[in-house]
Ligand binder design. Structure first.
Ligand code: SF4
Ligand code: SF4
Length: 88
């Protein structure tokens, strides 16, 4: 099982209100992007501001399109007006 599969598995195991991804192997670091859907209003600011285009909309909420693209810059967390994203 590769790291992306482990990330998906974590998501399926019940972090219903959160994205979860583990990867960054190529860059030698780990990142977890968590979304609290209870706070998210689907404004898409996080998607527009991400410099690496990691995120995309799925229905009413953003999802991680490719965790490997994330540079852990924190912009999505900092600019979300509803404090719905946490980069860990
Ligand atoms: S910026 Fe925040 S509220 Fe807007 S879509 Fe992204 S997570 Fe949701
Ligand atoms: S931390 Fe930066 S690179 Fe990663 S998803 Fe958020 S805005 Fe994109």
């Amino acid at each position: 099982m590769n790291e992306m599969e482990i990330g998906v598995l974590i998501e399926k195991r019940g972090k219903i209100n959160m994205w979860s991804g583990i990867s960054q192997k190529a860059r030698g670091k780990l990142v977890n992007i968590a979304l609290n859907q209870g706070f998210c209003k689907g404004c898409e600011i996080c998607i527009e501001i991400c410099p690496n285009k990691c995120l995309e909309m799925k229905g009413s909420y953003p999802i991680v399109k490719d965790i490997n693209l994330c540079s852990k810059c924190m912009l999505c967390e900092l600019e979300c007006p509803d404090f719905a994203i946490a980069i860990e």
